[in-house]
Design a binder for this molecule. Structure first.
Ligand code: HEM
Length: 434
């Protein structure tokens, strides 16, 4: 660390008289939440799912954080296009991202960065006196990074191709793709905002922000999978990290995987708008049939109401009328052949008021009544696949062709990214590649 780095960090750390680290340490030693120590709202115990906000997720490890990490309440997906043609400048950005992410994860201010303004702060101060809130960063590389610009073509993984178009897609190009992807998650939205702005600041002159999307998820009090905006428990049958099959489904480490990616994974990101109005005008029985599970309690339709949500699906079960209890086109039946680990966030961007008063919609709404279709809310679908060619892609083809729940989904953004394995102290993102 240079002396100027040290000075700037020091200046930020001592803003307000106390560093974040010493505050956290002091509060812990006194057996207090920082709320108790400072009078700030939000004590250590006041966090989603009962996880204290003072908890720190390790940055270093064999895998990147933010994949098997117990899902935080807020998620931000940010994509950048690299604008520099200098391989060194790109490598430098990845080094700075690494050291900044590592510091922020621990609840430290961002290290100093070179700026054109003498005396400019390295850290904005937005997160001073806040708990780290289990902040994680997960970095990925998009297919275009491996074009001719940086001489990386020979290192491109075979599975890292821009996803094909699927029937029903209404993709917005400006919200899709990107050379670099950062998934930032935390239990505190202010921590997330701070983390994003610090990472963004490092990209000046090297990469341009392409898109960002942010979402939320709330763990229910009964320990079941969180509900999405259709009201359905979502993630029930997710493969569990502790289970043997998890590795095969998530980590890319076969012989064909380039060495820099081995032990990493592929992130498929889709922004999927949900037809909430049509859903609300669908009978409860029909809703349950579309997914193959009961909205009320998450139990599969092949088991009795109230059965544990993890009850195995019985796809052969038929009712008294001889019809399958789980409809042939139910989402869970269609998806059952493509096990994959999902880590999605709900999003709700509200009404687009420019469309709200434009006219009626297909439900016969009068102008200004509700403009249901102007409502942009749904799922920031994220899945970590060992190989998207045999997992996400065929599954999405199925949703687009023969899935009752698929009728309520409109994918509006799409991206695929290779997510390298984790780092050890002293290593930087881009290791083995740049
Ligand atoms: C907004 C869109 C979506 C919604 C609301 C949704 C909702 C659900 C729900 C409620 C379940 C049952 C509970 C569970 O096991 O998690 C489920 C299962 C599943 N979904 Fe989705 N889903 C969506 C999109 C997708 C997409 C795009 C894919 C993959 C291409 C997918 C793959 C799966 C898989 C693999 C399962 C587990 C099936 C099994 O039981 O084996 N979902 N989804």
């Amino acid at each position: 660390m240079s002396s100027s780095t040290h000075d700037t960090t020091q200046a930020v750390e001592t803003a307000g008289g106390l560093s974040r680290r010493s505050l956290l340490r002091g509060a812990a030693a006194a057996g207090l939440g920082v709320a108790g120590a400072t009078g700030l709202p939000g004590g250590a115990a006041a966090a989603a799912g009962g996880v204290p906000r003072s908890e720190i997720e390790p940055f270093y490890g064999p895998r990147q954080a933010g994949i098997t990490t117990r899902q935080q309440s807020y998620g931000l997906f940010v994509a950048f296009d690299v604008t520099t043609t200098s391989r060194d400048a790109l490598a430098n950005l990845l080094r700075q991202w690494t050291s900044t992410a590592e510091a922020l994860t621990r609840g430290e201010p961002a290290p100093a960065r070179p700026t054109r303004v003498p005396g400019a702060r390295g850290d904005s101060g937005i997160a001073l006196e806040l708990f780290p809130a289990r902040l994680t960063f997960t970095f990925g590389f998009g297919p275009r990074l491996f074009d001719a610009r940086f001489g990386l073509a020979e290192h491109k993984p075979a599975a890292l191709d821009t996803l094909p178009g699927f029937p029903g897609d209404q993709l917005v190009a400006a919200h899709s793709g990107g050379d670099l992807l950062v998934q930032i998650c935390a239990d505190d939205q202010q921590i997330l905002s701070h983390a994003f702005l610090q990472m963004r600041a490092l990209t000046v002159g090297v990469a341009a922000l392409r898109w960002s999307q942010q979402g939320f998820i709330s763990p229910p009090t009964d320990g079941k999978a969180p509900r999405n905006l259709l009201g359905l428990h979502d993630g029930t049958s997710n493969p569990r990290p502790a289970k043997a099959e998890f590795g095969d489904l998530v980590w890319a480490d076969d012989a064909a995987t380039p060495s820099w990616l081995r032990g990493g994974t592929y992130l498929v990101f889709r922004k999927i708008r949900l037809a909430l109005a049509s859903w609300s005008l669908t009978s409860g029985a029909e809703q349950d049939r579309s997914v193959g599970r009961r909205l009320a309690d998450g139990s599969p339709l092949s088991a009795a109401a109230g059965a544990p949500t993890r009850t195995k699906l019985d796809l052969a079960a038929v009712g008294a009328d001889g019809r399958p209890l789980i409809d042939p086109a139910a989402h869970v039946r269609q998806m059952h052949a493509f096990p994959m680990f999902r880590r999605a966030y709900n999003y709700d961007y509200g009404f687009d008021s420019t469309r709200l008063h434009a006219g009626g919609d297909e439900h016969g709404d009068e102008p200004g009544h509700g403009g249901h279709e102007a409502y942009d809310a749904g799922l920031l679908f994220a899945t970590f696949n060992a190989d998207p060619r045999t997992q996400f892609i065929p599954a999405q083809q199925r949703i687009a062709s023969n899935d009752l729940l698929g009728k309520f989904m409109t994918p509006t953004a799409s991206g695929i990214y290779a997510v390298p394995p984790g780092l050890q102290p002293g290593q930087s993102l881009g290791r083995g590649l740049l």
